[in-house]
Design a binder for this molecule. Structure first.
Ligand code: URA
Ligand code: SF4
Length: 211
């Protein structure tokens, strides 16, 4: 994987980045996916959320978190008192990765590899440098490890505030990780209720942090 860096424009804001990302060939994922799904939200959002990668619906619509995981996220954001229209929402990897299930044409999400997350990381860094948020919230391990390194463990370090002080960032900011909404969707009954409450609590802490 050569990585996305060669496609990232050196100047310009989110609009220029989004446009340039449409033709990214920084890893093989662009080959099978429908389109690049870039981040969305106000150019100067204080709160910046990072998911894993677009799913089937996002791949078709070209926008992040508009499928089932997005609906769960919307519910949690609302309960945490966060207005979706005021946050920047993106993914660690910008193309949908999937496999075809044997019969029928259902496309099954496949977790991106570390190599794909590394290849796509220049887009995430460029988005952070354009938006300059106060707080980044990683939804799940792919996003958390892309920014905090592979030693980061969501299970034990979720809900805690960290400094995100990467050499590539023009301005440092704060960082908090929580689970991916898909992890909540997979559960049922009391387990789901508890996972959803904890997810909402982490988001509420994020809201409180940015004020
Ligand atoms: N899951 C993600 O991580 N991101 C999306 O945009 C949709 C589902
Ligand atoms: Fe480029 Fe990222 Fe898509 Fe790979 S996943 S082609 S690095 S935008």
């Amino acid at each position: 994987h050569p990585g996305a860096q060669a496609w990232v424009p050196e100047t310009g804001g989110i609009t220029e980045l989004r446009k340039a990302a449409r033709s990214c060939e920084g890893c093989d994922l662009y080959r099978e996916a429908t389109q690049t799904v870039f981040g969305e939200g106000p150019a100067k959002a204080r709160l910046f959320l990072v998911g894993e990668q677009p799913g089937d619906v996002e791949d078709q619509e070209g926008e992040p978190f508009v499928g089932p995981a997005g609906r769960l996220l919307d519910q949690a954001l609302e309960e945490a008192g966060i207005e979706r229209s005021r946050i920047y929402l993106t993914n660690a990897v910008k193309h949908f990765k999937f496999e075809h299930v044997e019969r029928g044409n259902r496309r099954l999400h496949k977790k991106p590899t570390r190599g794909e997350a590394v290849a796509c990381r220049p887009w995430l860094i460029a988005e952070l440098n354009a938006v300059k948020p106060d707080l980044v919230v990683a939804l799940g391990a792919t996003a958390a490890q892309s920014l905090m390194g592979t030693g980061f463990r969501v299970s034990t370090q979720r809900g805690e505030l960290f400094d995100l002080d990467l050499a590539e960032l023009d301005e440092p900011c704060e960082f908090l990780a929580t689970v991916h909404p898909s992890a909540v969707i997979r559960l049922s009954g009391d387990d789901r209720d508890e996972a959803l409450s904890r997810f909402i609590a982490d988001l509420a802490k994020a809201a409180e942090t940015v004020g």
